[in-house]
Design a protein around this ligand. Sequence first.
Ligand SMILES: CC(C)(COP(=O)(O)OP(=O)(O)OC[C@H]1O[C@@H](n2cnc3c(N)ncnc32)[C@H](O)[C@@H]1OP(=O)(O)O)[C@@H](O)C(=O)NCCC(=O)NCCS
Length: 153
Amino acid sequence: MLLLPAIRLATPADARAIAELSRDAIEVGLGWTYTPDRILTAMRSRITNVAVVYEGWHLLAAGIMDYGDLSAHLVLLGVQRAQRRRGLGRHVLTWLEACALTAGVRRISAEVRADNPGAIAFYEALGYELRDRVAGYYRPGLDALCLSKRMGA
Ligand SMILES: CC(C)(COP(=O)(O)OP(=O)(O)OC[C@H]1O[C@@H](n2cnc3c(N)ncnc32)[C@H](O)[C@@H]1OP(=O)(O)O)[C@@H](O)C(=O)NCCC(=O)NCCS
């Protein structure tokens, strides 16, 4: 197995790079809502983990998860285009899931753009199941697929 760079919790100095990853790799065609300020707010939240993977000074991937008592929600997950299919998405999501499992969370939910077959295949490969479809969730004409994964057992 190839050794992947370490994951760590983000610090305020990472906020701009995470926001730019969201703008350029995740929110394509939707406008920029995960701005540096919003990422900083997530970092300050007591119910949220913001995780990053760097190679040198270059941000490769980032993920944000909100944790409740019994359920958690994947807010954002992105890997730089040139870095995809080397296991980084799995690396980050598995790390965020491990925190959830430790905290006693039973279910993790996520949304994905219906026009993103690669991401849908990714979540299915990671054990997420399709639960619902929300018409126009991202913008008129662009639906969300709602996915979830049962933890433990
Ligand atoms: C979805 C995303 C996070 C996946 O990250 P990644 O690092 O490329 O994924 P991994 O290399 O960890 O892939 C793990 C498994 O998922 C599946 N998978 C990932 N991308 C896939 C694709 N484009 N097509 C088909 N299957 C895919 C494969 O089974 C893969 O295992 P394999 O490479 O051994 O076959 C990444 O493509 C991305 O950032 N996309 C844009 C943003 C986005 O859609 N985020 C999610 C919604 S917020």
